[in-house]
Structures are given as C-alpha cells and as structure tokens.
Design a protein around this ligand. Structure first.
Ligand code: F6R
Length: 584
C-alpha cells in the first residue's frame, strides 16, 4: 500500500517521477504528491488518481521524490498526502507503511511544543528529524529510525541535494540509470523503465545519496557496505497495457499462456519440494485474499494424496500458531511477495523452524527472499488490482504439484498445453463472449447474487464472489451447495440470480440444488462444459473437465470486468483497494 518513486541526478526528474508514480499507482490511488528541488523544495499534492494527470505545476528539476497514497492514518486530504515538508523547509519526506507507535511519539512532540498540520503518522517522523534543527547525518537519521515501530520505509529529500532512505518491511528498490543517475521505487517492474541495474534494499538498510555517490549502511552497526547492483531483466518486467483497454482485460487474456509459464521450472524444483514434503509432518498452505482461496484449493489437491495438509488464511494465522513445529512445512502463496499478513505469518513460522516454500510472482520480493525454496510463479507482471492470472497460476501450481507427487512424472505439462490451446479457442468464440456480455448486462441490474459450488468448484465459487464484489461492487456470496438447505435458501426470492458451477464430480448434487432454488423463483445461471435443462442461462466452459476450477474463475473475471464497464467503474483500480497490502 502506498508507492514511492524518486529520481536523482536527472535533468528530467520531475517528469520521471510523475511517470514512475503512474506505474505504481496500483499500490494506492486516493491522493498523490511530488517534491522537487530547485534551490528550495517545492511540493505539489492532489486528491485523486495520478494516472489522470497530464501536466504538473512544478518546474523541472534534477531531483524529485513522489508518493501515491492509500490512506491509513488520516483521511484523504491534500494535507495528509505525502510528501510532508519539514516546517523549516529543509527536507521533504515520504513513507510507505505505518508508524505503529506514532501516537506515543506524537504526544511527546506535542508536549515539547510541536504543532502538527496533518493527521498522519508520517508527520511524526518529519517532526523527529526536524527536532534540534541539526543537519540530518547518519547518526541523527539512525537515532530517529531506532524510535520507529512497525513496517515503515521512508525516503527523505534534503534541501542540500542529499537523499536518505530506509527500508523496514515495505519494499524499496534502488535503480541505477545509464548516466549514473539513481531511482527509487516500491517495485522492481516500475523502475525497469528508467534503470539498467537494481538493488533491493534489505530490511534495516539505510541508503545515503550525497548528490554524487550512493552509500549503504546497516542500521545495527552503521558500517558502510558495498551495494552489489544486479542487471535488470527488462523483458521479464514488462508492464505495458498493449492494445487492451485495461490491464485487467489483458491479464485475463494472458491466462492462455501464463498457465504454462507457471510450470517452466517444475521439472527442476518439484523433485526438491517433493523430497521435503515426504519428510514433513504437517503441510500448511497460506495466503491472503485470492491467494488464500488458491491455498484452500491446493490444500484439497494435496490432501487427496493422503497428506496432512491444512489451509491457513494468513490474517488468521495466530489461531494456528501453537501447532507449528520444525518438522512442518509451509507453502506460501503471494502475487506481490509483500503482503504484510503473509510476511508476518512466515516470520512467526520461521521462528518455530518451519520449512518455507514460497510461490511468489514478483521477483526479488520479500517473501521470495524469505523462503528456503522459492518457486517463481512466473506469470508476468500483474497490474490490475484484482488478482487474475496470479490466482489461476497459484491454483495450477497446486494441481501440478499434486499430480507430480502421485505420478512422479511431468505428464501434467502436456495436459496444460492442451488446455491452453482450448482456452485460446474459447476466448476466440464470439458466441461465448457475447453470452458473457449478455449475462453481465442482466447481473449489473441486480443487488445480490449467489454462487454455488461443491468439491474443487467450492473454492472457485468463493473466488468468483470476491471478483464480483471487488471489481463490480455487487453483493455476491459464494457457498457450498451443501449449505443451501441449512439456511442460505432463505435468501432466494423471485429472479434472484444463482450461479451454479458444475462439473462431472459435483453434477448430481449441483443439479439437485439448482432445482431447489429454481422451485423458489431463482434465475439459474449454469457455468459448465455442457448445458442442462435446468439452466435459464448457460455459459459454456472449455471442454476439459479437469480444469473447470480455473475456467469457471476466468468466466468470473470476464463477467465482473464487463459489469464494471457497464457501471462505468475502473476495473483496474477498484475503490478503497490497493494492489500490494503492505499494512496489517
Ligand atoms: C483479490 C486480491 C487480493 C490479493 C491479496 C493477497 O483479487 O487481489 O485479495 O489476493 O491481497 O495479495 P498477494 O497475492 O500479493 O499476497
């Protein structure tokens, strides 16, 4: 949540930061701000989305820092937007994270006479740095940082041209440009436009730019260390919308290829994972939001191999923490690799000696670096805020792993190759695409809809509902069809849309549920490989039974995308959300 972008030593820094912030806007988009340095620090801040900005009021500059905000402390106002300027005008500061002990520190500062202008926790850091009026040097910067609790990454632009940065939790990457200029960003993909080399700051790493050169220090000893920049793989980090109207639509379509990409490293890494699984007592599969649904699905697949597998939503981790032991293994799912709930769960598991396997999409992210075995999800940059190809990629990873554990071969890859081809034809089928659009029109007029699934299609139903809620703001709930008679059926009225996810495995039960809801007036929307008499509306899935869990979710993605367009919503940036949830 929140994004930081900075450009140092470039004649075009102000525009570079404007463009950089647009690339990381998915991290938070309620307000934004940029600070530039031309003799003095000047700041421009606004409420709203930076992607809509064509021109800044700020003049060009060699050094600029910027921020795109997802509000945590203090409402969405210009005052609360970052950067925050020191009262003496000496520096501007941006933060990504939360200063957990801000109230206590703020009270002390108020007692000492400091007058706060915003409601943010960030201004407390500004006030601490400004105190005593001495120039910011390494000792002073470290002293302030040591008082800060929580996951907070900060960047400070000084009036004398110096820059100080510190990472704790929330990611920060420094990029080296071709002309010995430097960039900072909250993600690697966005910085690849400007930089040729990069370094991901470690936790508790301090960076100092003196106007010419960059130095790095670790907070515990303040001894300077060399930065080993890595070469940027630009192709892997491509973040272009191409000819698509939205990232979400592009990423939905990319699933034709991305599923196969997930398996690129399976032959190399699965045998190592399998060995570890064989020797482990319990396996926990964890993730948050969509990644948690994927974790539930993987748990089912691995459990069918008669293993002790448990699904843990990362945010409910504390309910399970007494279970862990060093003979256990955790499979950790994340697109961003920066989700605070998931990181905290992994930190706790590691203290108990649990072996960590991460399946993460974002290269060089925190969760990828924390793992004992890191399996790169490899679906390419996912910019649309709602997870699409990362979610199906995670589910496919679990299916492939379970298949490998059972058969000890990689025959699954050819099945996925075939499915990818079928998906391609399916996307090209005008009749199916128009059925989806027509259904979206009907659903867009409704207030509530329910999605029923069973077996492997239960987690698909839950994910289906989440996609509808977050992108098209309709009230949608996913249920096991088994729940129906135990209460849910009371919700059915005339024309209530009930979406039934049907495959061979659950067909009998699902159809009897479809009859029960129809008898009470529901409109039954069937999503399956084959039509059934009971369906009022039918959306056809590719004719591959094995992958209906994935293809039914792709229908959900397309439906919610179309509903969002009908309702004139931005499917890439749903309200109140941010792509990377780096606060708890
Ligand atoms: C839903 C969605 C979120 C994320 C969740 C975890 O569409 O995108 O629920 O799945 O915030 O994020 P990652 O996968 O980055 O850990």
């Amino acid at each position: 949540m929140c994004g930081i972008y900075a450009c140092l030593g470039n004649f075009d820094a102000t525009n570079k930061v404007l463009e950089g912030l647009k690339r990381i806007e998915y991290r938070g988009y309620d307000s934004w701000g940029i600070a530039t340095l031309n003799n003095k620090i000047e700041i421009e801040k606004h409420i709203g989305k930076i992607s809509e900005v064509k021109k800044l009021h700020l003049a060009d500059s060699d050094n600029a820092i910027g921020h795109t905000r997802w509000a945590t402390h203090g409402g969405v106002t210009e005052k609360n937007a970052h950067p925050h300027l020191a009262k003496n005008g000496n520096f501007a500061l941006v933060q990504n994270g939360v200063l957990e002990n801000y109230q206590e520190l703020k009270n002390e500062l108020i007692k000492e006479g400091y007058k706060f202008q915003s409601e943010t926790d960030t201004e407390v850091i500004v006030a601490m740095l400004e105190k005593d009026e001495q120039k910011i040097d390494l000792k002073k910067f470290a002293k302030v940082i040591r008082k800060m609790a929580g996951r907070n990454t900060i960047l400070v632009l000084n009036k004398n041209g110096e820059v100080w940065a510190y990472r704790q939790g929330s990611p920060l990457i420094i990029g080296q440009g071709q002309k010995n200029n430097y960039f900072f960003s909250s993600d690697l993909a966005s910085i690849s436009h400007d930089a040729t080399n990069y370094h991901v700051l470690e936790n508790q790493e301090i960076i100092h730019f003196d106007g010419q050169k960059i130095s790095s220090y670790q907070l515990d000893n303040l001894i300077s260390k060399t930065i080993n920049f890595k070469k940027m793989d630009h192709q892997a980090l491509e973040v272009d919308k191409g000819n698509y109207a939205h990232f979400m639509l592009k990423e939905i379509n990319e699933q034709k290829e991305s599923l196969l990409k997930v398996l690129a490293l399976s032959e190399k890494i699965f045998p190592k994972i399998a060995k570890k699984i064989e020797s482990s007592r319990n396996i926990y599969v964890i993730g948050a939001g969509s990644a948690s649904y994927a974790a539930a699905s993987i748990t089912n697949y691995l459990r069918s191999n008669k293993r002790n597998v448990y699904h843990i939503p990362a945010y409910d981790f504390t309910d399970f923490k007494n279970l862990f032991d060093k003979s256990d293994l955790a499979i950790v799912l994340s697109q961003s690799g920066e989700t605070a709930d998931t990181i905290e769960a992994v930190e706790q598991m590691k203290t108990k000696g649990v072996f960590i396997i991460s399946v993460v999409n974002m290269p060089s992210s925190t969760l990828m670096n924390m793992a004992d075995i890191a399996y790169p999800l490899n679906v390419g940059a996912e910019i649309g805020v709602a997870s699409s190809k990362a979610l199906t990629g995670h589910m496919l990873f679990g299916m492939a792993l379970a298949d490998y554990l059972e058969k000890q071969n990689f025959s699954f890859i050819s099945e996925v190759t075939k499915f990818s081809k079928q998906l391609e034809d399916w996307f090209d089928d005008q009749k199916i695409m128009s059925d989806i659009k027509e259904t979206a029109k009907i659903l867009s007029k409704k207030q509530d809809l329910y999605i029923l699934g069973r077996g492997q299609l239960l987690t698909s139903a839950l994910e289906f509902a989440l996609k509808i809620k977050e992108v098209s703001y309709l009230h949608a709930e996913g249920f096991s069809a088994g729940e129906l008679k135990h209460g849910v059926i009371a919700l059915i009225e005339k024309d209530t849309p009930i979406i039934c996810l049907v495959n061979k495995e659950n067909r009998e039960n699902m159809l009897s549920s479809a009859h029960e809801v129809k008898a009470r007036g529901a409109k039954v929307i069937g999503i399956a490989t084959d039509n059934e008499e009971i369906f009022d509306i039918f959306i056809k899935l590719p004719q591959t039974e094995k992958f209906t869990n994935l293809s039914s979710i792709i229908v959900a993605q397309l439906l919610t995308y179309e509903i969002a367009l009908i309702k004139k919503l931005d499917p890439d940036k749903p309200r109140n959300l941010a792509k990377s949830v780096t606060v708890k």
